[in-house]
Design a protein around this ligand. Structure first.
Ligand SMILES: NC(=O)c1ccc[n+]([C@@H]2O[C@H](COP(=O)([O-])OP(=O)(O)OC[C@H]3O[C@@H](n4cnc5c(N)ncnc54)[C@H](O)[C@@H]3O)[C@@H](O)[C@H]2O)c1
Ligand SMILES: [Zn+2]
Length: 352
């Protein structure tokens, strides 16, 4: 088994093993032997994996664990859902010595983390991520959030989980495009910090290497999160492909999956750098081939000027410009500040 310790303010372990869902009870018992637990999951995950988790909790001695099944989908990441959960938790007499379990993808992880961080001024929570994106990205790092009607992730907290259990076997039931979404974030981790990870994804069949892929992604994320828990510097590297990716996502009115938009965003940067002579064309070719292998798009129909308009309004960018993540090679990335005009000319230089 891979066990990765994340040394943030409150340290925690990420355990990655095929079948670990069925042993979750024993794993949780090691850190919360006496706590009452409550599970939050969604309507797709519940029929697939809730019984297995409940059985393992019962075997470990946790009786009558309540579970709350939210509707699957991004709309569930809302203040209304958080309000409903607060109510259900208090009706179930969940107190400060209880612990929540998020069983699901990034939506359930973000929502449960947000609720855990605010209910009774904060109770512990455990992540059992069931999408590749949640296993390689959102379950680690401690960012929690819900969306507002005006934008995504606008209300949130930093709240680290007490434990993360990743069972790669749960990924067998993921639709192909949802799996590819996670691959895009994994490719990103490889591009910014880990060339071996990139090669694994680009050259091998991922199903045979899931534990290693997940562990390597988490190590990349752990390394930057440990240096920059509250996202003021080094953690920016994780935004590779995200500046243009978010603009594409916004222009598509969130009808295209996040990972697909990130893939397009990564290719845009690599194309621009190749055109500017700061990145070998072979790196761009490797990235294009990897995206194509997983059916990830590499070009976007949106007019660039429309995307730039969105970038200028994006609260993540400063009033003066954009902090872009660029590459020296696969596995070696850096931050570069651009005034808006210079960034736009740079991207136009590599337009497809
Ligand atoms: N907190 C962070 O650091 C962070 C980082 C990246 C993304 N996110 C957030 O994560 C969310 C996206 O996460 P996601 O892609 O996991 O989406 P998701 O949670 O909506 O899951 C995608 C779909 O897969 C279904 N599903 C989940 N596990 C399954 C399984 N094992 N088998 C079959 N179906 C399954 C879900 O019900 C859903 O329909 C976004 O809201 C994004 O903002 C957060
Ligand atoms: Zn992302």
């Amino acid at each position: 088994m891979n066990c990765i310790r994340v040394n943030t303010g409150t340290p925690y372990d990420v355990r990655i093993r095929r079948g670990i869902l069925r042993e979750a009870g024993n794993e949780i018992k090691k850190i919360f032997p006496h706590a009452r637990l409550a599970i939050v999951t969604d309507s797709n995950v519940s029929p697939l994996y809730l019984r297995s988790l409940l059985d393992s909790l019962e075997l470990a001695g946790y009786q009558n664990t309540p579970s709350f099944t939210m509707e699957a989908g991004e709309n569930t990441k809302s203040l209304e859902s958080a309000g409903l959960l607060y109510q259900l938790l208090s009706q179930s007499k969940i107190s400060r010595d209880c612990c929540l379990i998020a069983l699901g993808g990034g939506v359930i992880g973000d929502l449960t983390g947000f609720v855990a961080s605010t209910y009774l001024r904060g109770i512990p929570f455990i992540q059992i991520p069931t999408t590749l994106l949640a296993q390689v990205d959102s379950s680690v790092g401690g960012k929690t959030a819900v969306n507002l009607p005006v934008g995504k992730n606008l209300v949130g907290t930093f709240w680290q989980p007490s434990l993360v259990l990743c069972d790669p076997d749960t990924l067998a039931t993921l639709p192909e495009d949802v799996f590819a979404d996670g691959v895009a974030e994994a490719l990103k981790c490889g591009m910014i910090k880990d060339p071996v990870l990139f090669d694994l994804l680009a050259d091998q069949e991922p199903q045979a290497h899931l534990e290693e892929i997940i562990a390597r992604c988490i190590c990349v994320k752990r390394d930057v999160v440990e240096k920059d828990e509250y996202d003021t510097g080094e953690r920016m590297l994780l935004n590779f492909g995200h500046t243009m990716g978010h603009a594409v996502e916004n222009w598509m009115q969130y009808q295209q999956r996040h990972g697909q938009c990130v893939a397009t965003g990564m290719v845009m940067i690599a194309r621009a750098q190749t055109a500017a002579g700061t990145l070998p064309a072979a790196v761009l070719d490797r990235l294009l081939a990897a995206c194509q292998k997983y059916g990830l798009p590499t070009c976007c129909k949106a007019p660039l000027d429309e995307l730039f308009k969105i970038c200028r309004q994006d609260k993540k960018n400063t009033v003066r410009g954009i902090r872009a993540i660029l590459l020296r090679s696969i596995g070696d990335s850096y931050i570069q500040n651009f005034p808006f005009e210079a960034f736009e000319a740079f991207i136009k230089g590599g337009a497809c």
